[in-house]
Design a protein around this ligand. Sequence first.
Ligand code: NAD
Ligand code: 0WE
Length: 262
Amino acid sequence: MSGFLTGKRALITGIASPRSIAAGIAEALAAQGAELAFTYVGDKLQGRVEAVAEQHGSSIVLPCDVASDADIDGLMDKLAGHWDGFDILIHSIGFAPRELLKGGYLESVTREGFHIAHDISAYSFAALGKAARPMMAKRDDAAMLTLTYLGADKALPSYNVMGPAKASLEANVRYMAAELGREQIRVNGISAGPIKTLAAAGISGFRDMQAATANAAPLGRNVTALEVGNTAAFLCSPLASGVTGEIVFVDAGYNIMGMPPG
Ligand code: NAD
Ligand code: 0WE
């Protein structure tokens, strides 16, 4: 297959269902000719991720809970058995204990919940980048990409502790980009608009929030996981060879507006 990612190998984390943003990214990367490998967390998700992998002609599906250093090291060891190196790392992982994503921020936040949100949602990008670095070095133009949200920049209802965690994740993008640039590894983030995935399904009021966002956005609608995927494909391709350390909004323009529609 020909495309602007022909000959590139991508490791994709964060698929929990066919609606996951990472599944849209997989589809877009595969459409441009990339070869894919996947991670999953928990035995329950293994079959689902294997099904997505199979759709894209991949049989590399490896376990990795980013809370575990042993899992992260084991992932790269196992991947080295399939590939001598790879070009693209997709980090599409976020988590905070559910009780922290309702009510007020100070009302819900705890030391433990704050720690978990930052560990799983922000540190894990640095941890995966650190572990992937040897396999991503000495390639033409390699790229790491993460998924973030407007709650990093602006205070939003109920997003709560995930806001500070995403702010930390975005700072990670810049620090990683600064350090890896000389190795021809670029690091970027996509700030996606609200998409109805498993991570969103559990949030009370998500539907109303998604509707309000669509109504206020310049494009008058929400974005799809495939639209995020197509921007991911661009950012991880040689077409974006001069872009690193950036957060690109893929949100139908919502973030540029200064006043809610009356
Ligand atoms: P999703 O539920 O499909 O994906 C979240 C993924 O995180 C799941 O695959 C889950 O297995 C993984 N994960 C959680 N804890 C993990 C751990 N300890 N180790 C490894 N993986 C773990 O939801 P999604 O919406 O596709 O989320 C993907 C990313 O996109 C997240 O970072 C999320 O914050 C971000 N994002 C989502 C939206 C949205 O509205 N859906 C908008 C902007 C950004
Ligand atoms: O980053 C996210 C999802 C974050 C998330 C979601 C969950 C639900 C299940 C993190 N941890 C958990 N933990 C769970 O147990 N998004 C950008 C989607 C999202 O989540 C919101 C949103 C939006 C948008 C939460 C509140 C308000 C808006």
